[in-house]
Structure formats: structure tokens, C-alpha cells
Design a protein around this ligand. Structure first.
Ligand SMILES: [Zn+2]
Ligand SMILES: [Zn+2]
Ligand SMILES: [Zn+2]
Length: 261
């Protein structure tokens, strides 16, 4: 395959933690904020190049995210891991596959895809005739692979004790759920232009970097720009933006970054 040379756009589809922000029932400052940057769908990103549209994860707001960003089609999904906040919108791939009749490849580590198959058993073992199913194909990956001309590098990291993937493409890496990065994976993250990384809240967390941990990792990996994501309701965007060192910013839903492939 010819390699793609040109612009690649990354859009933050959701910058929120697993319950989203605002959190139903909560009236804390972030949950009652009128700043649109404090409204956070579940963590996900859109990558676009050369007319192709890929999403990283399909969370519960996948359909709303696709409508908001007016995404005309989905050519592939990259999964980070199988947690509910990253997979529960998968069934809404149906609208696209109804229109195209083509199946969408789902990439991820073998364990993640096995969990996805288990959670969506009805897709592979249809119990009734009729009713629409999404057309999808499970594509386990462990090594870098080429997708529509761009090299996609899976970056194995730890989310608590669960091995999950971040992904690197050109100068950007996206690691939404992480609490530790093994040394071999740090090598895959050298020389980044943009690092998008988990910073769930201020207090330490057993399965996510907190703000302090994410900032320390950014200072170690030294990307030109670091964007903090998977944010919970302890985080008020404007306040965190003021507190962060130069070159580190909080994500917001709809944030768009232009990259070189
Ligand atoms: Zn998550
Ligand atoms: Zn709240
Ligand atoms: Zn998770």
C-alpha cells in the first residue's frame, strides 16, 4: 500500500470519564457549569485522512458524536479496551453499514475483541430472524499495521492491572485509559508532536493517571503538546487550564488538531 503523505485531523469526540460530565444527579461546579467545555461525552476520538474516517472506541454517545461531527461514514474502528464506556455504542455502527452494505473492520488486541464478541453475542449468534445487525469484522492486532496508507502503532499500556492499547499514528498518540506505561512502550512514544493522555481527576486513582501523574508523564515523554482527557467532574476546564504548565491543556469535546501523517 502506498503511504499517505498529508494532513491528518484528530477530533476529540468525547473528553469525559466513564459516567460522563455532567453526571446525572450531581450539582457540583463542573456538573452545573455553563462552559460547554465542561460537558463531556465518554472518551473517544475521530481520525480523518484522505477521505477516510476512523474512530477510536465507540462509547455510549457514539451516535450523538457522529451526528455532532457530521461524520459521513466509518472506515474502521480502533478499540483501546473493552470497558463499557468504550464499546457500548458499537451497535450504532448499523446506520452506516445499512447504507453501505459493507462491513467495518474492528481493530484491537485479541482479548479486547474477544470481550467485544462476548458482550455482543447477538451479532455473531443471531437469535431471531429479521432486525438489523451491524456488519463488523474482528481484526486482532499486536504489531504496527498500515491502515489506508498510515502506519498505526498499538502502544501496550496498563489500566490498573488490565493490559490495554493506546495508539500512535505519525506524530500523535492517543492513550485514554492508563495508569502505567511500560518502558518498551515509552520507546514507542518518543518524539511526539501531540500526546493525548488520561488524567481522570486530581486525586490518585487505581486505574487512571491523575492530573499530577499525566503531567509527570508528559514531562518525561516531552511531546510538543499534551492534551489531557477522560476527565471527571472534579475538573472544571477553565480552572485546570490555568493551573497546567505550558504545553499541556485539557481536552474538550469537539477539539480538533491538525497533524502531519
Ligand atoms: Zn474509560
Ligand atoms: Zn458533579
Ligand atoms: Zn477503562
Amino acid at each position: 500500500m502506498e503511504s499517505y503523505q498529508g494532513e491528518l485531523t484528530l477530533t476529540i469526540l468525547g473528553s469525559g470519564t466513564s459516567v460522563g460530565v455532567p453526571m446525572p444527579g450531581c450539582s457540583c461546579p463542573a456538573c452545573s457549569s455553563t462552559d460547554p467545555r465542561d460537558s463531556r461525552y465518554r472518551a473517544s476520538a475521530l481520525l480523518q485522512w484522505n477521505g477516510k474516517n476512523l474512530v477510536i472506541d465507540t462509547g455510549p454517545e457514539f451516535r450523538l458524536q457522529m451526528l455532532r461531527e457530521k461524520v459521513p461514514g466509518i472506515d474502521a474502528v480502533l478499540y483501546t479496551h473493552h470497558h463499557a464506556d468504550h464499546i457500548h455504542g458499537l451497535d450504532d455502527l448499523r446506520s452506516y453499514t445499512f447504507l453501505t452494505g459493507k462491513s467495518v473492520p474492528l481493530y484491537g488486541q485479541a482479548d479486547t475483541l474477544e470481550w467485544i464478541r462476548h458482550h455482543h453475542d447477538y451479532i455473531w449468534n443471531a437469535v431471531q430472524k429479521g432486525g438489523g445487525l451491524p456488519l463488523v469484522e474482528l481484526c486482532p492486532v499486536a504489531q504496527p499495521f498500515n491502515l489506508f496508507g498510515v502506519d498505526v502503532i498499538p502502544v501496550p499500556v496498563l489500566h490498573g492491572i488490565l493490559p490495554v492499547f493506546g495508539y500512535r499514528f505519525g506524530g500523535a498518540a492517543y492513550i485514554s485509559d492508563v495508569s502505567a506505561i511500560p518502558v518498551e512502550s515509552k520507546r514507542l512514544l518518543a518524539g511526539l508532536e501531540v500526546l493525548i493522555i488520561d488524567a481522570v481527576r486530581y486525586r490518585p486513582h487505581s486505574t487512571h493517571f491523575n492530573v499530577e501523574g499525566a503531567v509527570a508523564m508528559a514531562q518525561e515523554l516531552k511531546p510538543k503538546l499534551t492534551i489531557l482527557t477522560h476527565l471527571n467532574h472534579d475538573i472544571v476546564h477553565a480552572k485546570l487550564a490555568e493551573e497546567l504548565p505550558e504545553g499541556i491543556v485539557p481536552a474538550w469535546d469537539g477539539m480538533r488538531i491538525a497533524l502531519k501523517a
